[in-house]
Design a protein around this ligand. Sequence first.
Ligand code: PLP
Length: 350
Amino acid sequence: MRAFKAHLRGISPYPYRKVEAPVKLDQNESPFDLPQALKAEALRRLAHLSWNRYPEIHAETLRQRLAARVGWPEEGIVLAPGSNLLILALAVAAGEVLDVSPSFPHYAHAARVTGTPYRAIPLEAGEEGFALPLEELLSAFQGGVFFLPNPHAPTGTLFPEEALWALAERAKEVEGLLVVDEAYREFAGTDFSPLGRGNPHVAFLRTFSKAFSLGGVRAGYLLASPEVAALVREVLPPFVLPAHTGTILEVVLENPGYVEAVAAHVRAERERVYARLRSHPTWQPYRSHTNFLLVRTPDAEKAFRHLLAQGILVRRQDHYPGLSGCIRVTVGSKEEMDAFLKAAFEVAYA
Ligand SMILES: *Cc1c(COP(=O)(O)O)cnc(C)c1O
């Protein structure tokens, strides 16, 4: 086939494989569906919507509401069906993509499919297991777009704010763009948006897929300077946010109370499971500020298979540099975590 760009030949698929299991702890989803009353209200509004009409070109009404809620200028907000699509749009626009390793795999994948030059700097060993190699990053960041999840995936580490201020300053100096991916912010209680107030070289990604419990709906947004946001809007197709998605988001933005309940549950379960795993004879959990735990085991494949045989699906992470033996476990309901712990402690004697 000669229809396509040469760099797309033999492109490796995104690292995800669907596996069925009764206890699903492999995708960092919320264990709870949207509260029934909100679902019912969204369905009621959907019935009144004119499905034959296109939605607003750039979700203007919703952007106004989001602007008021998060305290960010409306012109600096871009809404899209998932922050993954915003990452792709940023990679399309980027002169270069800078990443850390390991990291969220979509940054590398988006750079690869768009043919954008890509570099990843390995994380260092740190107090909590992993740390930012700050000096190396400051010199590697010469412009381009630097994607940094904080809290970090797939380690769960929260990098210190001072490091991010230094990177934000560097972004300004080299006229690049630091993109802080705040997908897990509700589980850490963090808000890095002050880094971008008055510095157009910092932007933020947020998602409705995790604490907002809307992974199936596909929605996320970018907070950026008006200039950066305008460019990202032009890279995305027009009318990109579906009318039904907009309607659902309207309802949750009017009734966001459940989000803190989800986050509080996750934080409490995460700490309970972490404390319990600390007494495991061979598995070692890392501290986490997210809705998942990274756990080092003597053999990731064996751990994965043993858990799956008990009906528990987790995600292997041992293909990442520095993560040999590691599995990632999403924090689910209390019952799911009890089942996970029971199976985890059985494996030691298997
Ligand atoms: C889950 C996750 C997202 C969410 O992506 P969506 O497309 O909004 O579902 C973004 N970034 C990171 C690091 C994630 O782990």
